[in-house]
Design a protein around this ligand. Structure first.
Ligand SMILES: Cc1ncc(COP(=O)(O)O)c(C=O)c1O
Ligand SMILES: N[C@@H](CCCC[NH3+])C(=O)O
Length: 447
C-alpha cells in the first residue's frame, strides 16, 4: 500500500495545475487524477461517446454570458453564433438574455428551431444570397446588417414592409492580428470603408430605399483583440460617421454595433481582453465623441463569439501511437487532428495538452501531439510537456476548443466529425452526435 492509496487526495494535489484562464471554470482533478469538467470525468466521456469528442461546459457558457451582462449593463450583448452554433447553445445564450448574431440561412434556421425570438436576431454576411435575405425577412429578424450594394437592391425590392437595418462600415483600424482575421481595415471584403466617402455613398443608397429603415452602423475590427483602445478608436470614428449622417440627411442613428473580436487566453503568454477596461474605454470614448459631435449617445451592441464559448470547450482524444524519432522529436499521435481543429494550420494557433485519464507518473517531456491526417503539418500542439510514460490508450484533453472548432471541422480523410457533449452538474448529454461513415456514404450516389 502506498501513501497515495491511504491519502487519495494527494493524487489531485500532485497533478499538474490546470490554468484557470484556459480551462472551463468547473474543471478539477478527481481522486484518481482524472480531469473532470462540469463534474464529469473526461475519460468517461471518451469511454461513453468515443474519441475525439468536443466537450462543452454549459455552466461555463452561462457564466460568460452573465459576466458580459454584468460588466455592460446598458449594452446589448449579441452572441456571435459562428463561434459555436447548435440549438442548445442558441437556447442557453437566449435564456441568459443575449441577442444572437447569425450569418447564414443555416445558422438562422438553427436559432429559430431553438425558439430564439427572431426580433433578437441580427443577420450578417458579406455575400448573403437572395434566398438568405428572403429567409431573414420571412423569419422577421430584428436587424439585417447590410454589406453590399447588391444587398441594398435585393432587400429593397423583396420587402413589402419596413425592415430595420444597419450598414457595416470599416473604420480602417489595424488591430495587428493574424492577417486572416483583420477585418477593420479598409482593403478587405467586409463592409464599406469610411475613407473616400464609400460608407456615405452606401448609406445614401440605403436611405433611397423606402422599405429600409436605417437605425445604426456596424463595424467589426478583427479577432483576438487584446487592446481596448482599438475599440475606443472605433467609437470615435463611428460616432463621427453617425454625426455625418445627421449632417447630410437629418437622421439620428440610434444604434452602434461594435462587433466582437474580444481576445481570450489559449495559455502560454496570451493576454485576454480585459472586459472591465473595455467597458470604461468605450464609455469614455462615447462621452468624448458624442460631446465633440453634439450627437446623442447611441445604444451599444457587442457581438462576442469566442469570448463566450472558447474556454467552455475541451476536446478529448485517445492516444493511438507514440513515436520517438532518433535525433528528433517524440510524436504522440491521436485519433483526431486538423479535421476537428484546423486552427493550428490556419492561424498557427497554440494549444496546451493535458493527460486526462490518470495521474501522470514520471517526468514531463516535450512532445508534439500530432493528428491522424495525411499531412505532415497536421500537428495539434508542438513542444508541449506530457508525462514520459504517455502511451496508447491514454486520453488527452486540449482546452480552449469551444470556439471555431465544431464550426470549422471537416471530414477530411473521410473521418467523421466529432460529437459535442454537454456536461453540467455531473451529467453528460450529446448535443450533436458523431458523424459516421454511414452519414458520409449516404451523401454518395449509388454506383
Ligand atoms: C460581424 C462579426 N461579429 C462578431 C464576430 C465574432 O468574433 P469573435 O468570435 O472573435 O468575438 C465576428 C467574427 O469575427 C464577426 O464577423
Ligand atoms: N475562425 C477564426 C476567426 C474568424 C472569426 C469570424 N470572422 C478563429 O478560429 O479564430
Amino acid at each position: 500500500m502506498t501513501l497515495l492509496d491511504i491519502f487519495p487526495s494527494l493524487r489531485s494535489a500532485m497533478s499538474p495545475r490546470l490554468d484557470p484562464a484556459v480551462w472551463p471554470i468547473n474543471t478539477h482533478h478527481d481522486e484518481h487524477g482524472r480531469i473532470t469538467v462540469g463534474g464529469v470525468a473526461l475519460s468517461d466521456v471518451a469511454d461513453q461517446y468515443g474519441t475525439p469528442s468536443y466537450v462543452i461546459d454549459e455552466l461555463d457558457v452561462r457564466h460568460r454570458c452573465r459576466t458580459y451582462r454584468e460588466i455592460f449593463p446598458e449594452a446589448e450583448i449579441a452572441y456571435a453564433g459562428k463561434a459555436l452554433m447548435t440549438r442548445a447553445l442558441a437556447s442557453w445564450v437566449s435564456q441568459e438574455g443575449l441577442a444572437l448574431d447569425v450569418c447564414s440561412a443555416g445558422e438562422l434556421t438553427i436559432a429559430l428551431s431553438a425558439g430564439v425570438d427572431p426580433r433578437r436576431i441580427i443577420m450578417h454576411g458579406n455575400a448573403k444570397t437572395p434566398a438568405e435575405l428572403t429567409a431573414a425577412i420571412d423569419a422577421g429578424v430584428g436587424r439585417i446588417v447590410i454589406d453590399s450594394y447588391t444587398e441594398i437592391v435585393v432587400l429593397g425590392s423583396a420587402l413589402d414592409h419596413k425592415q430595420d437595418v444597419l450598414v457595416r462600415v470599416t473604420p480602417d483600424i489595424d488591430v495587428h492580428g493574424h492577417r486572416a482575421v483583420r477585418t477593420g481595415v479598409a482593403d478587405q471584403k467586409f463592409g464599406f470603408p469610411i475613407d473616400h466617402g464609400q460608407a456615405d455613398a452606401a448609406i445614401k443608397r440605403v436611405l433611397d430605399q423606402p422599405h429600409l429603415n436605417l437605425i445604426g452602423l456596424h463595424c467589426h475590427l478583427g479577432s483576438q483583440i487584446t487592446d481596448p483602445e482599438h475599440f475606443g478608436a472605433a467609437v470615435h470614428r463611428m460616432i463621427a460617421q453617425m454625426a455625418q449622417v445627421y449632417h447630410d440627411h437629418g437622421l439620428i442613428l440610434t444604434e452602434l454595433n461594435l462587433g466582437g473580436g474580444h481576445a481570450v487566453s489559449y495559455g502560454f503568454d496570451d493576454v485576454p481582453l480585459d472586459l472591465t477596461q473595455l467597458a470604461s474605454t468605450v464609455e469614455d470614448a462615447l462621452d468624448e465623441a458624442c460631446a465633440r459631435h453634439r450627437f446623442p449617445r447611441p445604444k451599444i451592441t457587442l457581438e462576442p463569439g469566442r469570448a463566450i464559448v472558447a474556454r467552455s470547450g475541451v476536446t478529448v482524444y485517445r492516444v493511438v501511437s507514440v513515436k520517438h524519432i532518433e535525433g528528433g522529436r517524440t510524436f504522440v499521435c491521436v485519433d483526431g487532428g486538423m479535421s476537428d481543429n484546423p486552427r493550428v494550420c490556419l492561424y498557427a494557433a497554440r494549444y496546451s495538452v493535458a493527460l486526462a485519464n490518470r495521474h501522470p507518473v514520471g517526468a514531463q517531456v516535450p512532445v508534439t501531439v500530432a493528428g491522424r491526417h495525411c499531412e505532415s503539418g497536421d500537428e495539434l500542439a508542438v513542444d508541449v510537456p506530457l508525462p514520459a510514460d504517455v502511451r496508447p490508450g491514454d486520453v488527452l484533453a486540449i482546452p480552449g476548443t469551444g470556439a471555431y472548432h465544431h464550426g470549422l471541422a471537416s471530414s477530411y480523410n473521410s473521418v467523421g466529425r466529432p460529437p459535442i457533449i454537454a456536461v453540467c452538474n455531473g451529467s453528460a448529454r450529446e448535443l450533436i452526435r458523431r458523424e459516421t461513415i454511414d452519414d458520409l456514404l449516404r451523401r454518395e450516389s449509388s454506383l
